[in-house]
Design a protein around this ligand. Structure first.
Ligand SMILES: [Zn+2]
Length: 259
């Protein structure tokens, strides 16, 4: 199998790669490993000392659970695999405190204090609650490693794939019409001729529509697969992919022993 990088958007935590000489079964196995098996840190327990804000305790608890937490896979173990035998230690639990003090207005993810400076909330300006004067929150969270199989809050991102499209433009009868209907930048009209913007073709959802619009435009699918991964922020796209590959190897070895 060959892998080529198509596009990496670091600001959006998004990565697209082209897989050659493989099939959808393999791509789907990797997709499911990413969604369900690559572990991340997420808030699991919450001790509330004070909360007289407009949001119920449970409501804030749900919000905190779903805020992506930067994860250092080298330093943390899954609780069930930790040496402490589920008792809870620095290798399987992370304490985070959130205290509003006399602060009024929005309390953001960045206001939380993590015991591990490497593992903080990934999006600092994510609002948690809005406080009026005299309203306060004071809580301690415990985050643990987990997998998306148990709860989606531990999923590291979203992954999807499709076959590689090849767009061919032949004799187009009405290029003006196609250019007018084109809303995703795939075509531009130059001297009454359609020009294809190749970098937009892979992202386009309208290729079939263009081919119906004019017989001069054809779309064919190759056997290559475009695999796209968006990280929620806990891990980088590269970390997610290499961890999913490790898990894949572990699982095949496990299966080999069973056969
Ligand atoms: Zn432990």
């Amino acid at each position: 199998m060959k892998i080529e990088k198509i596009k990496e958007e670091k600001k959006k935590n998004k990565l697209s790669i082209l897989l050659k000489d493989t099939d959808e079964v393999f791509a789907n196995a990797i997709r499911r490993l990413i969604l369900e098996e690559v572990p991340t840190l997420a808030v699991e327990d919450l001790e509330i000392k004070e909360n007289n804000s407009a949001l119920y305790d449970e409501f804030i608890g749900l919000r905190l659970g779903l805020i992506p937490l930067k994860t250092d896979l080298k330093s943390y173990n899954l609780k069930e695999k930790c040496k402490c035998e589920r008792a809870g230690c620095a290798q399987c639990e992370l304490k985070i405190t959130l205290k509003s003090g006399s602060k009024k207005g929005y309390v953001y993810a960045e206001d939380a204090q993590s015991a591990d400076p490497k593992c903080v909330f990934a999006h600092p300006k994510m609002p948690i609650v809005k406080l009026l004067s005299k309203q306060k929150i004071d809580m301690t969270m415990t985050a643990i490693l987990g997998t998306g199989r148990n709860h989606v809050k531990w999923s590291p991102g979203w992954a999807y794939f499709k076959k590689e499209p090849v767009l061919t433009v032949g004799k187009v009868s009405n290029p003006e019409l196609v250019a007018e209907k084109c809303s995703d930048g795939v075509f531009t009209l130059k001297n009454k001729k359609l020009e294809v913007n190749e970098e937009k073709v892979y992202d386009s959802q309208l290729l079939d529509y263009y081919s119906e619009l004019d017989k001069g435009i054809t779309v064919e699918l190759t056997d290559n697969i475009i695999f796209t991964l968006e990280s929620w922020g806990q891990l980088s796209c590269k970390e997610i992919l290499s961890k999913s590959a490790d898990i894949f190897i572990d699982k095949t070895e496990e299966m080999e022993k069973l056969i």
